[in-house]
Design a protein around this ligand. Structure first.
Ligand SMILES: Nc1ncnc2c1ncn2[C@@H]1O[C@H](COP(=O)(O)OP(=O)(O)O)[C@@H](O)[C@H]1O
Length: 291
């Protein structure tokens, strides 16, 4: 711990408040990690032979992937199945935007241009979220949208062990169409997608078709679109992804933690396949949760 503190103190980009956030993150994550000794021995850190022990307590996973790929959808399904929190930094940013607190105007400008928020702000939001989870006794996590830069990945590595990094992939044309089709019900908060996708696969891969995920009638008149889901901003976010976030894939690939997953289609085709590559038995988990 002391070595870590020295490391971050000497880091040129760490202001005192980002240093504080890093130590908060470290504290929260190490609490979760402390209860994890059994689990971390129970499955290999190998991207090709992942297996999860349903009796193990929690997981410490990261979901990577371009905007619109479905990180939120699959991370949230897995979080329900595995009983660990799904922590999406994009949600933390949007909550802060809604709060009309002092940060919100500054954040709106950055997010609505498709740019990345500073590491310091993200670390602050994440540490607050981890602290409140810690107070509720949360253990383990599925992170979505963090880390998004190699610097963020390095910080995460300094403070905790990540078991597995799932890298979701779709052709770029599908990503754009999916972002443009995204809708959120302003009342119940559920996510839908009105896009009907049928795109030729890349490099000889099969066609990708996805039926729309239409809202029920009570949500139809309350649908809103994220301000950053316009074509120009989605393209900017994609270009920032290639520039800043793709190196994070390489970072985890070189550690043997990256599980590449080409989505074969929408949820009905992709969810069972994802469970299969993760070696997760949905029924077994549901039964062990009910027991
Ligand atoms: N780890 C992060 N680092 C910097 N900015 C972030 C991070 N996570 C979220 N954001 C900000 O929040 C916005 C929305 O995030 P998210 O919902 O994850 O978007 P996307 O659909 O592009 O994956 C991002 O465009 C960025 O401005």
């Amino acid at each position: 711990m002391a070595a870590m503190i020295r490391l971050f103190r000497s880091s040129s980009s760490s202001s005192s408040s980002s240093y504080n956030s890093i130590s908060l993150i470290s504290r929260s994550l190490s609490t979760a990690a402390a209860s994890e000794t059994v689990k971390s021995q129970s499955y290999p850190h190998n991207s090709h032979s992942t297996s999860v022990d349903p009796k193990a307590k929690t997981v410490q996973w990261v979901f990577l992937g371009c905007p619109g790929v479905g990180k939120g959808t699959y991370a949230s399904r897995l979080s329900t199945l595995l009983g660990v929190p799904h922590i999406a930094t994009g949600d933390l940013v949007r909550d802060e935007l809604k709060s009309s607190g002092p940060l919100s105007k500054q954040l709106a400008e950055i997010v609505n241009q498709g740019k990345l928020v500073s590491d310091e702000i993200i670390l602050n939001l994440l540490s607050k979220r981890l602290e409140s989870g810690e107070a509720k006794g949360e253990a383990g996590f599925i992170l979505d949208g963090f880390p998004r830069t190699v610097r963020q990945a390095e910080i995460l590595t300094e403070v905790t062990d990540i078991d597995l990094v799932v890298n979701l992939k779709l052709p770029e044309q599908v990503l754009v169409e999916k972002c443009l089709g995204r809708r959120i019900c302003s009342e119940c908060g559920k996510n839908f997608n009105v896009a009907s996708i049928d795109v030729a696969g890349e490099n000889g891969a099969p066609r990708i078709s996805m039926a729309p995920l239409n809202p029920p009638s009570q949500c139809v008149s309350k649908l809103i679109t994220r301000a950053d889901d316009t074509e120009a901003i989605v393209k900017e976010r994609l270009s920032i992804y290639w520039d800043k976030s793709q190196p994070v894939e390489d970072f985890y690939r070189s550690q043997g933690k990256l599980l590449e997953f080409d989505l074969p289609g929408g949820i009905p085709e992709s969810w069972p396949k994802l469970l299969e590559v993760l070696n997760l038995d949905e029924q077994e988990y549901k039964l062990s949760a009910a027991a």
